[in-house]
Ligand binder design. Structure first.
Ligand SMILES: NC(=O)c1ccc[n+]([C@@H]2O[C@H](COP(=O)([O-])OP(=O)(O)OC[C@H]3O[C@@H](n4cnc5c(N)ncnc54)[C@H](OP(=O)(O)O)[C@@H]3O)[C@@H](O)[C@H]2O)c1
Length: 281
């Protein structure tokens, strides 16, 4: 019997790394890609390869190395992603382009490179790692949310197009999870906060809110969700780690006015603090 093969992007950290370890211990052959490939675990069954999903050349080299070592890929997990946080008005266009080139176009580059072989084999599964915020948006998270919203509608469209070839595309929608994602998100807060900006207190407020929020999910929890999505006989369109992750998305999607009121109130409260402070000074 052929060994199951999975390609995991973002395997040097967080969920991708935990997934590489989980699939490998379950006996799968894992091809893990990341820019810091030296951080990809090197246990049995894992092949660590350099990959920058923002570069077509890098994706091509990555896939060429994989095709030298296997003739099939059963599952692709597009786990790469990061949050470029900041006010819609002020995040530089170059940073927005890199966000989309990584979170959205990165998944497209990988998928277009692997789909032809999945079609030939008449089977395959593509797991796209989105975020609850792709539906339940929040202030200063607009560009990250937009990249994940795009990923979701793209994945759903892909799913109906490739199902006739025995291939499914599905979304895993994590909520806050203990990984390096959070520190990278705070780095973007620092990059995109300007002392003279009218949004300074909004940025500080969201940063504080995020700091005080204690994520309970771990990378390993999400790796188990990826594994379920990869091995379910009939995969679902959406996978969530917890009921609260599902609830947030449910409210934002099915009760958009309630979500808008909630987020407006949070935003106004943070902005009012700023206006009051300005008036006092
Ligand atoms: N953690 C959360 O709270 C949370 C919540 C919702 C959704 N998510 C989503 O979950 C996914 C996994 O994130 P995580 O929490 O595991 O974050 P993480 O620990 O920061 O891992 C991100 C991974 O992406 C890789 N990566 C970034 N840019 C890349 C590029 N251009 N090319 C190749 N690899 C790249 C990083 O490796 P290198 O730096 O070595 O390239 C790293 O392995 C992401 O899509 C994220 O948006 C996370």
């Amino acid at each position: 019997m052929k060994q199951n093969v999975v390609v995991i992007t973002g395997a040097s950290s967080g969920m991708g790394k935990a997934a590489a370890e989980l699939f490998a211990t379950k006996g799968w052959l894992v091809f893990g890609g990341a820019r810091h490939s030296e951080n990809i675990p090197t246990i049995n069954n894992i092949q660590a390869l350099h990959l920058d999903v923002t570069s077509e050349e890098s994706v091509e080299n990555f896939m060429n190395l994989i095709w030298e070592r296997t003739d099939h890929v059963d599952v692709l997990i597009n786990a790469v992603g990061y949050g470029e946080y900041g006010p819609i008005e002020e995040v530089p266009l170059s940073a927005i382009k890199t966000e989309f080139s990584t979170n959205f176009f990165g998944a497209i580059r990988m998928t277009q490179a692997i789909l032809p072989s999945m079609r030939t084999n008449k089977s395959g599964r593509i797991i796209n790692v989105s975020s609850g915020i792709g539906t339940s948006y929040m202030p200063t998270g607009g560009y990250y949310a937009a990249s994940k919203a795009a990923l979701q509608i793209w994945s759903d469209t892909l799913n109906i197009e490739v199902q006739p070839f025995g291939i499914q595309s599905t979304i895993v929608s994590p909520g806050a999870t203990k990984t390096d994602f959070i520190s990278k998100m705070f780095a973007s807060f620092e990059r995109n906060t300007h002392p003279t900006s009218v949004y300074t207190s909004l940025m500080a407020g969201v940063a504080n809110m995020s700091k005080n929020y204690k994520a309970s999910a771990t990378a390993e929890d999400l790796a188990s969700v990826f594994y379920r999505a990869a091995t379910a006989l009939r995969p679902k369109m959406r996978y969530y780690k917890s009921v609260s992750d599902r609830m947030n998305v449910y409210i934002a999607r099915n009760h958009p006015l309630i979500w808008k009121c909630l987020m407006s109130r949070v935003t106004k409260r943070m902005m009012r603090v700023s206006t009051d402070n300005n008036e006092e000074s």
